[in-house]
Ligand binder design. Structure first.
Ligand SMILES: Cc1cc2nc3c(=O)[nH]c(=O)nc-3n(C[C@H](O)[C@H](O)[C@H](O)COP(=O)(O)OP(=O)(O)OC[C@H]3O[C@@H](n4cnc5c(N)ncnc54)[C@H](O)[C@@H]3O)c2cc1C
Length: 257
């Protein structure tokens, strides 16, 4: 049996790995990638510095919450590959950068912003290498954004996105169409295909009903039983602006006759 996998990132490599395990070690698998090394976005970088080889990450730095977010299949893959999750606690030096007085920052390139500007002191946001604020040499968000080479109006809009007191999307008006997304139970996946008729009912008085079709289906995180899950997205025409983000609604999937 021969198989060709296009893309040598973690997805393609995992596919080849699972296939080989199912088909046996005599299976012939060709992994194609348009780069000089495998890994895709999780590829490593290698530098020679003063005659010494230094290895760093080129994209993925660490895996995000494998104990709680990973399915049994994904955890099994890590075990099979010999990845010891617990080693992270001793192998990852979380205070190195802060001890050197360094912080995260954003570089604004001249080509897009008119001049090169490096703004250091980025406050921590959710991320795999998140460090405590006191270790991040971070500035307050307003001070950090104030140094960006963008207009005052853009800075205010940006800061508003981080202001938990209000939801900027809830203030969007006059949408001519709206994507409505609904998580789908595993046993409904077989009918929740693009093109399946959907009914979106707004829980107003009187209720309003929009009829449309599933535009696309996106995978969701597996549930606690490691069952595949997906969300369906229907693009609903909304000419009179009756549907607003945050509007309570029920979504009904009509099966084909
Ligand atoms: C800067 C950065 C930091 C990140 N940090 C983290 C992190 O800390 N933790 C984490 O869990 N995730 C992180 N991620 C995300 C993670 O790296 C990706 O989700 C993951 O590597 C995606 O793997 P993949 O195999 O699905 O896709 P990819 O890694 O994108 O692999 C797809 C491969 O297919 C190749 N390809 C595409 N089309 C073709 C074609 N037609 N012919 C041949 N080859 C093709 C591409 O060149 C690529 O090599 C980070 C990503 C980036 C960019």
């Amino acid at each position: 049996m021969k198989v060709v996998v296009v893309g040598g990132g973690i997805s393609g490599l995992a596919a080849a790995f699972f296939y080989r395990r199912a088909a046996g070690s005599s299976a012939r698998i060709l992994v194609l990638d348009n780069h000089d090394d495998f890994g895709g976005h999780a590829k490593r970088n290698e530098f020679t510095l003063d005659g010494r080889l230094v290895i760093g990450y080129g994209g993925s730095e660490s895996i995000d919450s494998p104990n709680t977010h990973y399915s049994e299949v994904a955890k099994g893959l890590l075990r099979d590959l010999g990845v010891e999750i617990a080693r992270f606690e001793t192998a990852f030096e979380r205070t190195l950068y802060s001890s050197l007085g360094l912080s995260r920052g954003i570089f604004f390139a001249r080509e897009a912003f008119g001049r090169d500007v490096l703004v250091a002191g980025e406050p921590p946001t959710a991320g795999a290498d998140e460090v405590a604020r006191q270790l991040a040499n971070a500035k307050p968000l307003s001070e950090f954004v104030a140094a960006f080479p963008i207009s005052a109006a853009s800075k205010a809009q940006l800061l508003a996105l981080y202001d938990g007191a209000r939801d900027p999307l809830a203030e969007v008006t006059a949408l001519s169409s709206l994507d409505v997304r609904a998580e789908v139970a595993p046993d409904l996946l077989r009918i929740a295909r693009p093109g399946t008729p959907v009914e979106v009912k707004i829980l107003s008085v009187p209720p309003r009903v929009f009829l449309d079709k599933v535009a696309y289906v996106v995978p969701s995180r597996p549930n606690a039983q490691s069952e595949a899950r997906a969300a369906i997205v229907a693009t609903i025409a909304n000419a009179d602006g009756g549907l607003q983000p945050g509007t309570p609604a029920t979504i009904t999937i009509h099966t084909r006759p």
